[in-house]
Design a protein around this ligand. Structure first.
Ligand SMILES: *[C@@H]1O[C@H](CO)[C@@H](O)[C@H](O)[C@H]1NC(C)=O
Ligand SMILES: *[C@@H]1O[C@H](CO)[C@@H](O)[C@H](O)[C@H]1NC(C)=O
Ligand SMILES: *[C@@H]1O[C@H](CO)[C@@H](O)[C@H](O)[C@H]1NC(C)=O
Ligand SMILES: *[C@@H]1O[C@H](CO)[C@@H](O)[C@H](O)[C@H]1NC(C)=O
Length: 499
């Protein structure tokens, strides 16, 4: 699992800590999409393998077509170190994989493995989500084959899997709890809603439960987290840049200042959109993961304060545009990137690769497909009062759906898909019991989450100063007290669920 999540979407910077793939669009982790990436850990590969060996489960390709008998192999990991099999009060903790490769590190590090798991002597299992990592239902990711990539199929995968494990290990008397962060947090809540007979409860961290095509409020939360002064300087830089790009004499200057990989041409509006999107992405990524101890996961330790102290440093003799360029350089350096990629066509070309093993952007084609068919979540520049310019409106994102998957993925299609998703799960109005929703107000995704108790057993925990999925990471000496107490409440709540 990952608090992958999720997130922000589209797109792309590297999450892979061995190969730094270049940032293609919006400076987002390739494997992260704003959610969590592959865990960075000090453990060696052999140590990770010794946490839990990968295992495979024969899974149905299409749960909703009884006549389709095709199957594929879904990957999972089990850690039974703490499990007390002879005590039927010992629960089973199922971490649901999200939109990226699953890693057994989550069965050894992170809150579930180090805190809740040992406390309850739980059997810990991690199930990889179909189409991500090594769980490959079809030969490739052609648009035709991706039709089996839906959250509903993934939920039914988990239901099948639970029955299989109960039978295989004779665990019928033990209670299950599902966990997830970001997209997989939504899956956890939805799983409890649809299959209450299979799990006693769900812990949903930073879960965006409401699908939305134009997630313009994402930048609203980013602004609030950055603060007025910082936002003012960003706006001033954006305004200046907007003037600069009008004259082609300035293009080579922009190329140099922002360390672009290829020459800048201000008449190519898609590249310009992507360029400004990348500059916004520099701030978005840092806000989303501000101080959340994600060094554990390969994230950078750059904080909002680091970036905003550069932007608001009026004593330095450089103007706001140059300060924005400096922020960009800090981010490039932290990601070991030589230069900033911003060519739209290059991005689309990479996204068109359907071979699981040949793609340079693991998980990206799959997750963007899910945004184009189920969730939207596009972090557009459509809000009036945000400082990043209006270069990446909704149509820019819809164009990506069309260019990558085909002309039928147009605006009308997307609107209907999102309507379906909210109708199917209930959006903000989902009706569940025994679910704990956890959000941090610095995290822009909280805008799509559950922030108030739905009923006495479906509760919301809101932290004022934490970022995306902060509750899921290992303890750190810098953890604020609200985070510590949240983890305690979660721990107690699990106890109530399995009583
Ligand atoms: C496991 O559970 C059994 C039955 O409740 C109990 O007697 C035993 O002490 C437990 N073992 C551990 C290691 O806690
Ligand atoms: C900011 O300063 C740089 C020189 O350091 C200059 O090239 C650029 O034109 C300035 N931008 C504005 C908007 O004044
Ligand atoms: C910029 O792109 C336009 C249209 O694609 C082209 O005509 C023009 O020559 C380019 N300018 C430069 C300086 O590359
Ligand atoms: C949730 O309920 C509110 C108020 O009843 C309603 O306005 C909204 O459309 C509902 N949302 C969904 C996704 O059904």
């Amino acid at each position: 699992m990952r608090c992958l999540l999720i997130i922000t979407l589209l797109f792309i910077q590297s999450a892979d800590y061995f190969v730094y793939s270049r940032r293609l669009l919006f400076g987002r982790p390739i494997d992260k999409h704003g959610f969590l990436g592959l865990p960075r850990t000090t453990l060696k590969q052999s140590e990770i393998e010794s946490i839990a060996k990968e295992q495979w489960f024969e899974q149905k390709l299409d749960h909703f077509d009884p006549t389709n008998l095709l199957t594929w192999k879904q990957r999972y990991f089990i850690n039974d170190d703490m499990f007390n099999r002879s005590n039927t009060n010992s629960p089973i903790f199922l971490q649901l994989g999200g939109e990226g490769e699953a890693s057994a590190v989550w069965l050894k590090e992170g809150q579930i493995a180090t805190n809740y798991g040992p406390h309850y002597q739980a059997l810990q299992i991690l199930l990889e989500h179909r189409y991500y990592g090594q769980s490959r239902p079809t030969q490739d990711m052609s648009t035709e084959n991706l039709k089996y990539l839906t959250s509903e199929q993934a939920l039914q995968d988990a239901a099948n899997f639970i029955e299989f494990i109960n039978e295989k290990y004779g665990l019928n008397k033990h209670k299950w709890i599902v966990f997830g962060g970001s997209y997989s947090g939504s899956l956890a809540a939805w799983f409890r809603m649809k299959y209450p007979h299979l799990v006693a409860g769900a812990i949903a961290s930073s879960a965006p439960v409401q699908a939305v095509l134009d997630f313009e409020d994402y930048l609203k939360v980013v602004d609030e987290s950055l603060g007025k002064k910082c936002v003012r300087e960003i706006k001033s830089a954006t305004d200046d840049l907007t003037e600069l790009i009008k004259s082609k004499n300035n293009w080579p200057v922009i190329e140099k200042k922002f360390k672009l990989c290829t020459p800048f041409n201000g008449t190519n509006s898609l590249d310009v959109s992507n360029f400004f999107g990348n500059l916004a992405g520099n701030f978005e990524g840092v806000v989303q993961y501000n101080k959340d101890n994600r060094a554990f996961e390969g994230g950078s330790s750059i904080t909002i304060d680091d970036l905003c102290s550069v932007m608001t440093d009026l004593n330095s003799n450089i103007n706001s545009t140059d300060r924005l360029a400096k922020v960009n350089q800090i981010l490039l350096k932290s990601q070991s990137q030589e230069c900033l990629e911003f060519k739209y066509d290059d991005y689309v070309k990479k996204m068109l690769v359907v071979d699981f093993d040949k793609t340079e952007v693991p998980s990206a084609r799959q997750w963007v497909y899910q945004t184009c068919t189920e969730f939207g979540f596009y972090q557009t520049s459509d809000r009036n009062d945000q400082p990043f310019g209006h270069y990446f409106p909704l149509d820019f994102f819809i164009k990506q759906c069309i260019d990558i998957y085909g002309s039928e993925f147009n605006k009308n299609f997307l609107e209907k898909s999102i309507q379906f998703t909210n109708n199917f799960y209930g959006g903000y109005n989902l009706t569940v019991s025994n679910v704990m929703f956890i959000n941090g107000l610095i995290d822009p995704w909280h805008a799509l989450g559950i922030l108030e108790d739905l009923n006495p057993t479906a509760k919301a925990l809101v932290m004022k100063k934490t970022a995306h999925c902060a509750d899921m990471y290992p303890d750190s000496s810098e953890d604020p007290s609200e985070l510590k107490s949240t983890r305690n409440v979660i721990k107690q709540m699990i106890g109530k669920f399995i009583q």
